[in-house]
Write a protein that binds this ligand. Structure first.
Ligand SMILES: [Zn+2]
Length: 134
């Protein structure tokens, strides 16, 4: 038990099937394993942390997610190396995922910050960042 670390994050999505496909691929690339699954949701777990994706109920679909509104802006994941960031960037592009800030890539977060930023199917921003070289 690591008190204080994130236990889980639960995200409501507009189209569960579509999100499962995207997040399943990405998280399993990172070593997450499918954890819980039910008709309206799916989770993946790595270590002591899991991420849950749940289908938004129809009556709440009228207002779409927007990362510039109040609330979650992005989720960031550790990459083991800069090479891994490059590899992920290639895989994302091959899959037709929208890569953000391409003109500044991979330094959109600063000159000592090596990351790729992209969008999930609801346009939640996702970041994959290499630990700073030490
Ligand atoms: Zn960030």
């Amino acid at each position: 038990m690591s008190e204080g670390l994130l236990h889980h994050v639960e995200v409501y999505v507009s189209n569960l099937k579509r999100s499962e496909k995207f997040w399943g691929w990405f998280l399993e690339e990172l070593g997450y394993k499918p954890y819980q699954q039910w008709a309206e949701g799916q989770s993946w777990k790595l270590g002591e942390t899991y991420l849950v994706f749940v289908q938004t109920e129809t009556e709440f679909l009228d207002i779409p997610y927007h990362r510039r509104r109040t609330g979650l802006n992005h989720l960031a994941f550790h990459a083991s190396s800069r090479e891994r960031v490059d590899e992920m960037t290639m895989m994302l592009k091959e899959r037709g995922v929208n890569v953000l800030y391409e003109n500044q890539h991979p330094f959109a977060g600063g000159e000592d910050y090596y990351a790729v930023y992209f969008e999930d199917p609801d346009r939640i921003k996702v970041e994959f960042v290499a630990s700073s070289p030490s």
